[in-house]
Design a protein around this ligand. Structure first.
Ligand code: PMP
Length: 287
């Protein structure tokens, strides 16, 4: 069955949805996006994702495509039309199409942003087998641009990183810059040592994960110790546990880095507990 997607004010079957070949997102990667998950038909961490979207737009001097309430309404309508119980909603905003190719930004009075939303139906999303088996990651150099705090659609290097991991029989890659881990290709990275959760501090070097913010809040509320600082691959290989967070995976354990087993080589208890708390609290707070 074809999905219903949203393009610039219209709900359309995916086959009929169109964006100009001159759209700046296509020509220049001049666009930002957000991904929210759906659990039990409810949207998770919506206000956090929209706040980050507004920040991304602001940093790039791009116009807001719609008001918060309208965006929530569009998300809800797509969940309803596509009968999503568990899955994802992708929202993409580009600087629009000026009808030609030019490095110079178009006049925002004349060219409106392009707004596209689509869903992915993922029954069983919260029941991922990876939560029980854990992920294997490789480390690669972080060769992305220097404003990773802006959630742009420039996903080529993360995509290449995932392919490098797959080629080595692994699930994902952790990115390393100046000898320390920044984050995963599409998630934030954590280790646990002697009961302390360690994750890279917020800066322009990493995306400010919405799941990260929620998980660290829940960890602190549960009296777990959190330290936000950089760590090396060697430190991670020597940790008791490792895990990742993102809107589409929630919390997933990492059991191997560059072939070295983490802790016992099985998913650790802190990651399991945080996943449980995150899922429980998110389901309660979904909108
Ligand atoms: N870092 C990167 C590079 C990402 O692509 C993502 C997922 N979009 C994250 C971290 C996690 O962010 P969030 O928890 O908001 O999904």
């Amino acid at each position: 069955m074809s999905r219903t997607v949203y393009v610039n004010g219209e709900y359309l079957p995916e086959e009929e949805a169109k964006v100009s070949i001159f759209d700046r997102s296509f020509l220049m990667a001049d666009g930002v996006y957000e991904v929210t998950s759906v659990l039990g038909g409810k949207i998770i961490d919506f206000s956090g994702h929209i706040a980050r979207l507004e920040r991304s737009l602001g940093e790039l001097d791009m116009q807001k495509p719609a008001a918060f309430d309208d965006l929530l309404e569009i998300h809800r309508e797509l969940v309803r039309l596509n009968e999503i119980d568990e899955g994802m909603i992708y929202l993409q905003v580009s600087r629009g199409s000026a009808g030609d190719r030019d490095f110079v930004f178009p006049d925002p009075e004349k060219v409106k942003p392009t707004l596209v939303l689509f869903t992915q139906n993922k029954p069983g999303l919260a029941d991922s087998p990876a939560a029980k088996t854990g992920l294997k990651v490789i480390s690669i150099e972080d060769m992305r641009w220097a404003r990773r705090d802006i959630k742009t659609v420039q996903l080529l290097y993360p995509s290449m990183g995932k392919m490098m991991a797959k080629k080595q029989g692994c699930d994902d890659a952790w990115l390393v810059e100046d000898g320390v881990v920044t984050e995963g290709t599409s998630n934030n990275a954590y280790i646990v040592k002697n009961g302390t959760i360690i994750t890279r501090e917020l800066s322009t070097h990493i995306l400010h994960g919405i799941t990260r913010a929620a998980v660290l809040r829940f960890a602190r509320e549960a009296q777990m110790t959190v330290v936000e600082r950089p760590f090396t691959i060697e430190e991670a290989q020597d940790a008791d546990e490792a895990f990742i967070t993102s809107a589409s995976t929630f919390v997933l354990p990492v059991v191997e880095i560059d072939g070295a087993a983490i802790g016992t080589g099985a998913p650790g208890p802190m990651a399991a507990r945080l996943r449980e708390i995150y899922l429980e609290e998110s389901r309660k707070a979904g909108v």
